[in-house]
Ligand binder design. Structure first.
Ligand code: NAG
Length: 509
């Protein structure tokens, strides 16, 4: 279940940030030049463990050759690897082609759910963290240099403090009279654990901190944040309690999604959360914006700790989200709620005063879910039938044998498969028991019984309702043989067949 919700997150995340560039994705190679020696280490299942054991600090990119963002990252990653190759202590950048069959187990071991995924391996792989830094060379270098240094940096002067505590980020500062003892050690443990998410510092004199003069001697942890109440203190020093404090205190009541990159870490956190997600999209430049914003904030405050996270998104930055959720600009201002199982609820053209009531109805379970679907095609006479979200269940449960492809228009492998599926469909044209169908999964919601993590994904549903993922070969012959072996008679064919033994009959045997 957890794996499933994470998969959801990945696709949402991709949709929000990158749909605009996804359309330019072509099926191609990593785009590296074969002539120059690479500073990036190429790993695979055979040498992976050895490399992780050998290098105390190594970053691994899991990529797929067809992934456009991987192609875009490649030259930056290469440049960063070259810049970092002489760093002391060493920082090694490596990559794994997660699309290769031999490497799929590695990718699954490290929970790679989207591409590119970058992971930092420390201490012979005993400590594995997600890379959450920038994706251009200088940013990668700067982020990694910081990651390889101490997890918490000491603040020794007001200048240090001013440099560390900026208006843009969550910063966690421990105030300790002495840098020793259980509380300090626990603080450092938490800093090690969460260092890729937050910046940690420690200080012995709280007067060095902004707004610090009234502070007690410590030990105390002060979390600075660029939103809501601006800072929160805690005196929890048990590792788990401190982590929990940081997690809760660092989330804004309402996450802002616009083109400002400073907000993106919070947006990522928003989508990483296991909560239901309420998203309010409107034009930030519109006259009503302030009224809506304060109303939404007010409503969100009343839901704190009740399992719903809140985001407000600028129409201007949200094309990807609109495409992903199947929303239209003339529905703005709108609120959409997405649950972890993918169920969605939509309130288009909302008025400020309706937000609270609508959310109440949502929590009471009295709203009907909303489904993204293309219109059901009126003409559908190509060999491969077009299925949309609104008729998918009718087709799959039609009592026929259905081979169904989930595809994306930009996916190169899907394009390659198209003429093959045509051929398969033509070969079954005389057999009314068999349907070959396809659904554009970027324009239609995929029901939860289909586990679609990449494109193309194929499923076969037999006439009697057995559903299985197709994982066989990709030639027309492979498909045809598979369908012949697995199809059930629908009772419409000429030759009567023995009915499947029922459970009772089997028991009697
Ligand atoms: C948002 O509103 C401003 C001001 O009314 C307008 O100029 C702009 O075109 C709108 N943006 C979108 C994406 O509709």
């Amino acid at each position: 279940m957890a794996a499933k919700s994470r998969a959801w997150f990945c696709s949402i995340f991709i949709a929000l940030f990158v749909v605009s560039s996804i359309s330019s994705v072509t099926a191609g190679d990593e785009g590296e030049s074969k002539d120059e020696p690479s500073s990036v280490l190429t790993l695979d299942a055979s040498n992976f463990d050895e490399a992780i054991a050998k290098h105390p600090f190594i970053v691994v990119e899991f990529y797929a050759p067809w992934c456009g963002h991987c192609t875009k990252l490649a030259p930056e990653y290469e440049k960063a690897a070259s810049l970092l190759s002489k760093h002391d202590p060493p920082i090694i950048l490596a990559k794994v082609d997660a699309n290769e069959n031999v490497n799929k187990e590695l990718a699954s071991k490290y929970e790679v759910k989207g591409f590119p995924t970058l992971k930092i391996f420390r201490n012979e792989g005993k400590n594995v963290q997600d890379y959450k830094g920038p994706r251009e060379a200088d940013g990668i270098v700067e982020y990694l240099k910081k990651q390889v240094g101490p997890a918490s940096a000491e603040i020794k002067s007001s200048e240090d403090a001013a440099n560390v505590i900026t208006e843009k980020k969550v910063i966690i500062v421990g105030v300790f009279p002495e840098f020793s003892g259980e509380e300090f050690e626990n603080f450092i443990t938490v800093a090690e654990k969460l260092r890729s998410d937050y910046d940690f510092s420690h200080v012995s004199d709280a007067k060095l901190l902004p707004r610090g003069d009234s502070l007690v001697k410590g030990p105390i942890v002060r979390l600075f944040k660029p939103f809501d109440e601006l800072f929160v203190d805690s005196q929890e020093f048990k590792v788990e309690a401190l982590e929990k404090f940081i997690e809760v205190a660092s989330v804004p009541i309402v996450t802002t999604f616009n083109k400002d990159p400073a907000n993106h870490p919070f947006v990522i956190k928003f989508f990483n959360s296991n909560n239901a997600k309420a998203m309010f999209f409107l034009n930030f430049s519109s006259e009503q914006f302030d009224a809506f914003k304060s109303k939404y904030h007010e409503v969100a405050s009343t839901f704190k700790g009740k399992g719903i996270s809140f985001l407000i998104g600028d129409l201007d930055a949200s094309q990807g989200a609109f495409q992903y959720f199947g929303l239209k600009e003339d529905q703005v201002p709108l609120v959409v709620i997405q649950e972890n199982d993918g169920k969605k609820y939509l309130k288009p053209n909302v008025e400020p005063d309706q937000i609270s009531t609508w959310l109440k109805e949502y929590t009471e379970g009295s709203l009907k879910p909303f489904r993204k679907s293309e219109p059901i095609p009126e003409v559908n006479n190509e060999p491969v039938k077009v299925v949309v979200a609104d008729n998918l269940h009718d087709v799959v449960n039609s009592g026929k044998n259905v081979l169904l492809e989930f595809y994306a228009p930009w996916c190169g492998h899907c394009k390659k498969l198209a003429p093959i599926l045509d051929e398969v469909a033509v070969s079954f044209e005389k057999d009314s028991d068999v349907i070959i169908a396809k659904m554009d999964s970027t324009a239609n919601d995929i029901p939860s019984e289909f586990n679609v993590r990449g494109y193309p994904t194929l499923y076969f549903s037999s006439a009697s309702g057995k559903l299985m993922q197709y994982e066989g070969g990709r030639t027309a012959e492979d498909f045809i043989n598979f369908i012949k072996e697995n199809k059930d008679s629908t009772g419409q064919s000429q030759t009567p067949v023995q009915p499947e033994p029922t459970i009772e009959a089997k028991d009697e045997l």
